[in-house]
Write a protein that binds this ligand. Structure first.
Ligand code: SAM
Ligand code: SF4
Length: 481
């Protein structure tokens, strides 16, 4: 039971979603079906893949039975994510049987983790492509067409796909993800990401701003800047490269995350800016002051704690302890008083005692998180934890600890939501609510979902002030004022 409270970055309801684009005019007569699993970064990558193949004349389809190429963009973060993908591959077998010329490809983190082994394990699969090799896809498809199976899992120190403007045609036209960096240089001992997504690299700051400006001009009103550790974003270019006069004596212009946030916020005060994920060891007061300075940078920070116990944090290799994390929470509360905070927590990490688990519970009491993503520890082959520590907490203990923190979080989510009753929230209308087209839904600055009756005077993409009248633990309900 992994509990995911609905959110755009880890959106459970989007798992397995197929990406469908309007034809771009080039047509090679072949259809692409692509579905995605895992985090927002993977969904954003699928848009890059679709853009690369649209250039080669592929059209997308939402029905894999009619496809010439099926791609599945995979996640390796926990074992159950991989099991899901394996089961899905079995479902593609019938389509491939009926159409033997069909190309089936595995993309993303599982491709990177298992490499050519995938071709041995899954006879159905023709092509295996890691997250840094998507530009090679047209060649790899040609290779499969000529009768070979194809693999490219080379990781890169430079690839950021900065020049590819992703197509986003099955989005709502209001919110978009913008990738600002790739990979991760942290070596959290439980995590497979550094092995599947390679070294951290930051994307050209000006290409990020240009993409956000383009989105704004097309009617988008919210961007979420994505990276595994956005606070370590760092990009530089020399005066010679930039061709512009920088400050006197400045040989190199360095853009850190606070600078980038400001640059994106300045695109327009009507463009909301969100970001994910922050790392407790790297989030600076400069970033917090930048959030406080600009109304359009949302007052919401996802700050994964993973554990509230310093010994467990140490063996998780998170490089901060309980006191450091609390200090960062205190800094957020003092610099941005009305900031929502969410987190990730893992229960039952190797050797975790009841007392140590209880430190995670008391951390929840300290912060009173607005949301949390809570997971049982899942050992991942090749990680530092898999090599160094036994996965020694019995399944039922992991489960009990998880159930305890899930119940606690539900109380705090409700507590945070109830505190908004009687307040006026500025909401960006995203569309009709899932349950009724008589209601609109949208998010508050603090990222809470808000539902309110439709008014003819307002359309999706506009901001409205909503008076909150009642609440559930996941939704605020009110009326436009
Ligand atoms: N880079 C982000 C960070 O540092 O928080 C997010 C990384 S990961 C995609 C999202 C979350 O999955 C992590 O924060 C962690 O709580 C969880 N996770 C990662 N590896 C895990 C594992 N082996 N078992 C259980 N949960 C895991
Ligand atoms: Fe994984 Fe840690 Fe990097 Fe997040 S910061 S992606 S948890 S290694």
């Amino acid at each position: 039971m992994d509990l995911l409270i609905p959110d755009k970055v880890h959106d459970e309801s989007r798992q397995g979603e197929a990406l469908v684009l309007e034809p771009v005019g080039k047509n090679n007569g072949r259809k692409l079906y692509i579905e995605s699993y895992g985090c927002a970064m993977n969904f954003s990558d699928s848009e890059i893949v679709a853009s690369i193949l649209a250039e080669k004349g592929f059209e997308t389809t939402s029905d894999f039975n009619t496809a010439d190429v099926i791609f599945i963009n995979t996640c390796s973060i926990r074992e159950n994510a991989e099991v899901r993908v394996r089961n899905r591959l079995k479902e593609f077998a019938g389509a491939k049987f009926r159409n033997p010329g069909m190309v089936v490809g595995v993309l993303g983190c599982m491709a990177e983790r298992l490499k050519a082994k995938f071709l041995e394990e899954e006879k159905l699969v023709d092509v295996v492509v890691g997250p840094d090799a998507y530009r090679d896809l047209p060649n790899l498809i040609d290779q499969v067409d000529s009768g070979q199976r194809a693999v490219n899992v080379l990781l890169s120190r430079e690839e950021t796909y900065a020049d590819i403007s992703p197509v986003r045609l099955n989005s709502n036209g209001i919110n978009a993800f913008v990738s600002i960096m790739r990979g991760c240089d942290n070596m959290c001992s439980f995590c497979v990401v550094p092995f599947t997504r390679g070294r951290e690299r930051s994307r050209d700051a000006y290409s990020v701003v240009a993409e956000c400006k383009d989105l704004f001009d097309k009617g988008y009103r919210e961007v979420t800047l994505l990276g595994q550790n956005v606070d370590s974003y760092k990009w530089s270019r020399t005066v010679a490269e930039s061709g512009e006069a920088l400050s006197v004596g400045d040989e190199i212009k360095v853009v850190n995350f606070a600078n980038l946030l400001e640059m994106v916020a300045l695109v327009s005060p009507e463009l909301r800016v969100r970001f994910s994920t922050s790392h407790p060891k790297d989030i600076t007061d400069e970033v917090l002051h930048t959030i406080a300075k600009y109304d359009n940078i949302c007052n919401y920070i996802h700050l994964p704690v993973q554990s509230g116990n310093s010994r467990i944090l140490d063996i998780m290799n998170r490089t901060y302890d309980r006191e450091w994390y609390m200090n960062r929470i205190d800094a957020i509360r003092s610099i941005i008083p009305d900031c929502a905070i969410s987190t990730d927590i893992i229960t039952g990490f190797c050797t975790e005692t009841e007392e140590e688990h209880n430190d995670s519970v008391t951390m929840m009491d300290y912060v009173k998180y607005d949301f949390a993503y809570m997971f049982k520890y899942s050992e991942r082959p090749g990680t530092l934890a898999a090599k160094r520590y036994a996965d020694d907490i019995p399944e039922e203990v992991k489960q009990r600890r998880l159930a305890q923190i899930v119940a606690k979080q539900q109380q705090y989510s409700l507590y945070r939501m109830q505190a908004r009753i009687g307040k006026i929230e500025k909401v960006l209308i995203e569309g009709f609510s899932k349950k009724s087209d008589k209601d609109y839904c949208g998010r508050s600055d603090q990222n809470a979902m808000v539902i309110f009756p439709v008014s003819e005077d307002y359309k999706p993409g506009q901001y409205v002030n909503v008076l909150v009248e009642r609440t559930t633990s996941a939704t605020l309900i009110g009326t436009i004022v």
